[in-house]
Design a binder for this molecule. Structure first.
Ligand SMILES: [Fe+2]
Length: 444
């Protein structure tokens, strides 16, 4: 296929209109500008009563997954839930105990419970017990070295419906070491505690592998985690940040380093943190520090190269059109393409995981939006439990493969070899994509 030397759809214009037309918080009825979302309403959101820790139990990480684990659940605070304990499954080593810390969970009467254990042995299976209960769960620490072979899964835009559960079930069957959910988890919109709890209940129930091991969850933020969707404040992510601020303590972006072999760089596509400015400055230094990692993966919610929405600025009608303003600034992903993609290309990012458009998509390796064997592949596009029809590769030449199916991606890392298998809810393989070693730099 011939690819135009420079496509107009990768350009944007009318930048000065961005603030006026941005999807988010508009002016108030009294005409006064509203720069930030108002604080959450002082109502108590209804959640299921009688939650036990096992109802919403899930694992995540705040630091190196080869030697740590963070145990979390939501529910009423009880005196007998003050500690957790872990022990290796196959040795005589004794139990290690960790204190449970609790904190508010948005506008609810239940609390987030969190305990972190450090100093664990890499590549080891552990037993886990909570409080005084003898109910025992199991989990694994990540392998120690890049030469180990392991599988993990990624996807986004889940919700709480039957397809989200179906994709949970096929994901768990792959025995992944962890799941990366790239935004739009339960669709709580920063307002529905019940939805957030239902998402956790589904994850806790179904994201257990065939050998009975819990599958840790890593996330990045999406628009449906934040009241208003975009340009919110931290308190607008009322049911997301209380769960994940162990990793996102001060910012809503960050990096998670697995030993010396895998780094996940997790970004915020404008939901709480602006794409340009401080986040881009941080990204520049974070990628520079990690450019020699054997596996360097970025995840963000809104795609740089969308498969459903348009990357082009949309024409304007109505009053703005009558004023002679003919084009909206802000095709989907234009800020990513302006600020982030050049950094992905410069620092040898091996793949970018994108979401939000509710399709299966894989782009060609891209440099500056053009097909380039030295470029960066973008995998997505967020159809764990939501679905839309994708645009065709004929209409979007950056697309290499698309599909309209609920899916997640199975990533298998074997030393320097990477396989990315798009697996549909039905078990059908939609796509297999492989890369080896570090992406060679463009010559000349
Ligand atoms: Fe989204």
């Amino acid at each position: 296929m011939t690819v135009p030397s420079r496509r107009a759809f990768l350009r944007s214009s009318a930048g000065g209109l961005a603030s006026a037309l941005f999807v988010g918080h508009g002016p108030r009825a009294d005409g006064a500008p509203l720069e930030v979302a108002p604080p959450p309403r002082p109502v108590i959101s209804p959640v299921p009563t009688g939650l036990t820790p096992q109802d919403t139990l899930f694992l995540t990480w705040q630091r190196d997954p080869t030697t740590t684990i963070t145990v979390q659940w939501v529910g009423p605070e009880k005196p007998d839930l003050g500690t957790i304990r872990v022990a290796p499954r196959d040795t005589i080593a004794g139990w290690t105990t960790a204190k449970v810390v609790t904190k508010p969970f948005g506008n609810t009467e239940i609390r987030v419970h969190r305990a972190e254990v450090t100093g664990l042995t890499p590549g080891t299976e552990y037993l886990l017990q909570i409080g005084t209960s003898v109910h025992t769960s199991r989990f694994r620490t990540m392998p120690a070295r890049a030469t180990d072979t392991f599988t993990w899964v990624s996807g986004g835009d889940c919700g709480t419906g039957p397809h989200a559960i179906g994709t949970n079930q096929i994901a768990a069957k792959q025995e992944p070491y962890f799941a990366l959910i790239g935004g739009d988890l339960g669709y709580d919109n920063g307002t529905s505690a019940r939805t957030a709890v239902q998402f956790l209940q589904n994850y806790s129930k179904h994201m257990i592998d065939p050998k009975g091991r819990l599958i840790p969850m890593v996330t990045c933020i999406g628009n449906h985690e934040v009241r208003g969707g975009f340009r919110g404040k931290r308190y607008d992510a009322a049911y997301y940040l209380p769960l994940f601020d162990g990793l996102y303590k001060e910012t809503t972006y960050g990096a998670l380093d697995f030993g010396d072999y895998l780094s996940l760089v997790l970004l915020d596509t404008g939901h709480v943190s602006a794409i340009g400015g401080e986040q881009t400055d941080w990204l520049d230094s974070a990628l520079a520090e990690r450019q020699d990692r054997p596996h360097l993966i970025v995840a963000n919610h809104v795609p740089a190269y969308p498969s459903f929405r348009s990357p082009a600025a949309a024409p304007v009608s109505g009053l703005l059109g009558m004023l002679g303003i003919t084009e909206k600034s802000g095709g989907t992903g234009d800020e990513n393409r302006k600020h982030w993609c050049p950094l992905f290309e410069r620092y040898g990012v091996d793949a970018v995981l994108e979401h939000h458009d509710h399709t299966f998509k894989r782009t060609h390796p891209l440099t500056d939006g053009l097909v380039d064997r030295y470029g960066v592949p973008y995998l997505g596009d967020g159809s764990w439990g939501q679905l839309r029809p994708p645009a065709s590769p004929e209409k979007r030449p950056y697309l290499a493969a698309v599909g309209q199916a609920y899916h997640m991606t199975v990533h298998r890392l074997e030393g320097e070899q990477r396989y990315h298998v798009a697996l549909e809810e039905t078990g059908r393989i939609a796509d297999i994509f492989a890369t080896h070693g570090k992406r060679p730099h463009r010559r000349g």
